[in-house]
Design a binder for this molecule. Sequence first.
Ligand code: F3S
Length: 283
Amino acid sequence: MEIKVAKSAGFCFGVQRAVDKVYAEIAKNASLPIYTYGPIIHNEEVVSDLKEKGVHIINTQEELESVKEGTVIIRSHGVGRIQEEQIRSMGLNLIDMTCPFVKKIHRIADEQSRAGKVILIAGNPSHPEVQGIMGWCSGPVFTVETPQELDQIAMTLEKEACLVAQTTFNDKKFKILVDLIQKKRYDIYCARTICSATRERQEEAAQISSWADGMIVIGSSNSSNTQKLYEICKKECNSTHYIQTAEDLNQQWFLAAEKVGVTAGASTPNNIIEEVLRNVRGF
Ligand code: F3S
């Protein structure tokens, strides 16, 4: 069995930078508590290791309000303006690890909505990154995922609009939205804000899965970018399997496979990828 592993599999630079920062703060051994605003990444292993090392997670606004002192680290997904201002106004030490690709979207949403435009976000409305972007819009904002949704909103728009994308939005689906805007001549400025790490990962996943007759996608079940990788791979290779760790592997999946591809989401640590590979090589 031939195995091909995506070079882009695993931590992207934005996640790596945020995780490294939390460990660096722990190493300082300061007496004040360390918090992350939401889990630093969608990976239970890393999150529970940080918990053991004394890092607390703030999950809600109420929990934030009860914090009296210490450091609050904003994860790569970013937060809205209100949350950021609140942390500062509470006199807490704020470390902003929002990924620069996400920060750029905050800037666009802020500037364009101040200029009077309606903001459209191609993305999942319940994802924290999208909620954070919405929190930088000072006027009307909508989320869209399909051309039908976009068309419905665009037909009712009375002002100019600006379309941005969640950094992990499917690149092909974004192009379909832009094509629709051009075809119907809607007055919508499009900012292609899908991050390059995501684009490369998706392109490589499509390439490898079109070559493979068995495909493994590794990542947490609540990781948006891993779910998208799975969708992309499943289209190319029917025998695509989504796993969280090596324990989820099933040898039966690959009995007839000669070429197996492996990729992983941006929040999958290397040790998990390596363990999966050791197991697959043993099949
Ligand atoms: Fe940043 Fe892209 Fe990773 S937006 S956090 S580099 S997936």
